[in-house]
Design a protein around this ligand. Structure first.
Ligand code: F6R
Length: 599
């Protein structure tokens, strides 16, 4: 976690760094800091809280330097305060570093450094790096960084300055870092939005690579010393695409963007009633699929299991990435691991992927962020093409992940020598339009949100393909409105959760048509007879459920296996409006960050 930006060029660096940090705030916003090199002096300003606090400091405008680094923090070691804010320094204040990641052996290194007289001022693991660089510094920052990193165990995206050197030294292992190539100026950042306004030419650093950046040149090396030649990628996203475009929050914009995002996921992938994707995989060699992911992406993984087993007949398992990586899983070369990740940088997902690769599994990524670490680690993959997702709560990534899983499942079926029904292809192509229809429920959902915004608890219930949708609806609500919410398979409530139901408990049923419709009606009766308040998601024209439910939200009908994509839309809107009506910062929920690059 945490966001890094650095600049070297001819322009005043402070406004560029502050602007870039604002674009990286989704990576954490516990504290922020900036350090520039001016008249051979390192000048630093740090603030607790969001980037706006740092930007407000009057001294920022007085900085005229053309070289600097900055950081926005998501605390892992040491509480979020000014002392623990980055940049961190060596004893003499000659070396400044910003760091994203976790130094696992920092306690041992701290003891060693303290023995040699270093005074560590913060509670962070990151400060250790500045002191290690100091220990090895002999008029060459690059060499000192290499020697310091040799001693470090753990993850880093790092940028370092020395007051006597007109360059930035950066390095990565496990935490993302890119270099932006400008005209007589260079940038370094954790992610593209931070620099997109200034350049679209980007180099992705790989693990264990280091770069020395000057205003009109750069050199990239492995940490072992060999030079590396890297391709410059041209970024296609526009600055406009990552702005809010009139919506109050990115989350709302991204909810309403879903018809277009899903059209982009489908684009070019349906031709002549067939699915066409270029996945480099011999499916006949695969005996089992294991899907790993975290959070919302894990919910789409669960839907993926139902889809893959139904459509392809291949045994499929789903694991939390964080559990998979440590439970000594049995994996071999007949297995395909699918990793699902919006950011492509989630540390646990990446570690699970590496574990499966080590054991010989084939790997496939379903990822949104182009060029992210996971996309570079997998054997093959499917991009979501959903566009940048900035709101911390994932919305369009979820629906496009489920769509990508459908596409993959149908493609696999074709590769197994079977034909796909034309009706299924037609229904697939109709999904973006059906999302647009579901979005028309927005006004009705605002009224419902107003009614239930003060509820203390919520239950979300669904069955089959819509059980993971219940989990996702509950996650959306709790993460942005801080209302306690739980998702369950509807039939499970009688094994415990039903004890919670009383006249104050709103229960959201995902009750669109399926072969389990009658059973879900029985589950509703169980709630009704205990005075629970039923909010039911139904298909247009459903009369039976309207008789039982207190409130209904109508969505267009589709195939049961495609229905999660449509059904989640009202749940995203309900969570959004409840949080907004409670005046909460929807895009930046407390304690959360968009990209979880630490375990
Ligand atoms: C919830 C949310 C998170 C992410 C999770 C995985 O709204 O966004 O639960 O889904 O952190 O992130 P990715 O998909 O980037 O691996």
């Amino acid at each position: 976690m945490c966001g890094i930006i650095g600049y070297i060029g001819q322009r005043k660096t402070a406004p560029i760094l502050i602007n870039g940090l604002a674009k990286l705030e989704y990576r954490g916003y516990d504290s922020a800091g900036i350090c520039v090199l001016e008249d051979q002096e390192l000048k630093t300003i740090k603030k607790k809280g969001m980037i706006a606090e740092l930007a407000k400091d009057k001294n920022i405008n007085n900085l005229s330097a053309v070289l600097g680094i900055a950081h926005t923090r998501w605390a892992t070691h040491g509480e979020p305060n000014e002392r623990n804010a980055h940049p961190h320094f060596d004893c003499d204040g000659n070396i400044a570093i910003v760091h994203n990641g976790i130094i696992e052996n920092h306690q041992a290194l701290k003891k060693l450094l303290e023995k040699h007289g270093h005074k560590i001022k913060s509670d962070t693991d990151s400060e250790i790096i500045a002191h290690l660089i100091e220990k090895f510094y002999k008029d060459d920052l690059e060499e000192a960084v290499i020697q310091a990193l040799n001693l470090i165990e753990g993850a880093f995206g790092l940028a370092a300055l020395h007051k006597n050197e007109n360059r930035i030294v950066v390095a990565r292992r496990g935490s993302p870092l890119i270099i932006g190539v400008g005209d007589g100026e260079m940038f370094v950042a954790s992610d593209i939005p931070a620099i997109l306004e200034y350049t679209k030419r980007v180099i992705y650093l790989n693990d264990d690579e280091l770069a020395v950046i000057e205003k009109d040149k750069y050199q990239i090396k492995k940490l072992t010393g060999e030079n590396v030649d890297k391709e410059i990628h041209e970024i296609k996203w526009t600055v406009d695409q990552i702005a809010k475009q009139g919506y109050k929050y990115f989350m709302l914009k991204e909810i309403f963007e879903q018809p277009e995002a899903l059209l982009n996921t489908l684009r070019g992938r349906i031709k002549e009633n067939q699915i066409k994707i270029s996945v480099d995989l011999d499916i006949t060699k695969i005996k089992r699929i294991i899907i790993v992911a975290c959070g919302t992406s894990w919910h789409s993984a669960l839907i993926g299991k139902y889809l893959l087993e139904l459509i392809t007949g291949i045994k499929t398992e789903v694991d939390y990435a964080s559990e998979f990586r440590y439970r000594q899983p049995i994996v071999d070369s007949d297995d395909l691991m699918i990793v699902i990740s919006q950011s492509g940088e989630t540390a646990d997902t990446l570690a699970a992927l590496k574990e499966a690769k080590k054991k010989g599994a084939k790997t496939l990524g379903i990822v949104n962020a182009v060029g992210s670490t996971i996309t570079r680690e997998v054997d093959t993959g499917i991009y979501l093409h959903a566009g940048p997702e900035i709101g911390v709560a994932s919305t369009k990534a979820f629906t496009s992940q489920v769509l990508a899983l459908i596409i993959f499942a149908l493609n696999t079926k074709q590769n197994q020598g079977e034909k796909i029904d034309k009706e299924i292809i037609r229904e697939l192509a109709n999904i973006p339009d059906k999302i647009s229809q579901a979005l028309k429920q927005d006004k009705k959902i605002i009224k419902l949100a107003d009614k239930f915004k003060d509820a203390k608890n919520f239950l979300y219930l669904g069955r089959g393909f819509n059980f993971p949708v219940a989990l996702e609806g509950a996650l959306k609500l709790k993460e942005i409105s801080y209302i306690h919410a739980e998702g369950y398979p509807a039939a499970e409530i009688k094994h415990g959760p039903i004890a919670l139901i009383d006249k104050n408990m709103p229960v959201v049923f995902i009750a669109t048509k399926s072969n389990l419709s009658q059973k879900i009606i029985s589950n509703m009766q169980e709630v009704k007879s205990r005075n629970g308040i039923i909010i039911a998601l139904v298909n247009k024209g459903d009369k039976d459920i309207k008789k039982i439910a207190d409130h209904v939200i109508e969505v267009p009908e589709t195939l049961d296996e495609f229905s999660p994509i449509i059904n989640v839309i009202p749940l995203q809107l309900l969570a959004y409006h409840i949080a907004d009506l409670k005046n909460l910062n929807v895009d930046k929920p407390r304690n959360l960050a968009k990209s979880v690059t630490v375990e």
